[in-house]
Design a binder for this molecule. Structure first.
Ligand SMILES: *Cc1c(COP(=O)(O)O)cnc(C)c1O
Length: 224
């Protein structure tokens, strides 16, 4: 029998496994409005997208109490399209990008919450800064002057692997970086790590924000 679980059932099953302090970002990239509405009617309000245009389109069509998180790698020249509404930008990985987010925040008279992305995977394809680069930025006088961005934590993506020990080492590393930076800046509250395949391990390693897509909405089909 080919029994397909509904989005609502998937969501409820995952929520049962999440400690109350862990925020669930439902990653809806490539998925249709109808899928998001199904999760919405089950009570989910935070959705993650990795392409700005797709997020803007969905934002315009969907209820306005949804919080939109940009979880993908963003190009500087596209920040302006989401600056009026985005709730959290997970993948900030350089100073120029932060400057542009600040500029757009000022334009829209808001303070835009962001996370610094740290590279923890040993894959060329993954983005992020080193812990040293992040502390350098955070200690710079220019950073202190940026009034329209608010760095509230760190984000990382582990290597795509089944090797539990490697995943654990990468999550532990990100968590210790987070703890260390947090001791200098209590404003850092969110540690965004863990996806469908590894979120339980990520939570054991200190994550308080997980980004889950396929375990909620099913596999993504990029060919359509
Ligand atoms: C797609 C994506 C996810 C969700 O991945 P799943 O394996 O489907 O849960 C999480 N984080 C980022 C940055 C993503 O691009």
């Amino acid at each position: 029998m080919n029994f397909k679980m509904s989005i609502q059932q998937n969501l409820n099953n995952i929520k049962k496994l999440l400690p109350s302090e862990v925020t669930l970002v439902a990653v809806s990239k490539t998925k249709p409005i109808s899928d998001i509405l199904e999760a919405y009617s089950a009570g989910q309000r935070i959705f993650g997208e990795n392409k700005i245009q797709e997020m803007v389109d969905k934002y315009q069509e969907l209820p306005k109490d949804i919080e939109w998180h940009m979880i993908g790698h963003v190009q500087r020249n596209k920040i302006k399209y989401m600056a009026s509404f985005v709730n959290l930008i997970h993948g900030v990985d350089n100073m120029k990008l932060l400057r542009e987010i600040n500029k757009q925040g000022l334009k829209h008279q808001r303070v835009i919450d962001c996370l610094f992305q740290i590279k923890i995977a040993d894959e060329e394809s993954k983005f992020g800064m080193s812990a040293e680069e992040v502390s350098e930025i955070m200690m710079s006088p220019e950073y202190q002057e940026l009034k329209n961005v608010n760095i509230i934590g760190l984000m990382g993506m582990a290597t795509f692997t089944d090797n539990e020990q490697q995943l654990k080492d990468e999550f532990d590393y990100l968590n210790s970086t987070f703890q260390n930076l947090q001791s200098h800046d209590p404003n850092l509250k969110n540690l965004s790590m863990g996806m469908s395949g590894d979120y339980q391990l990520a939570i054991e390693c200190g994550s308080n924000m997980v980004r889950i897509g396929s375990s909620i909405f099913g596999e993504r089909n990029y060919s359509i």
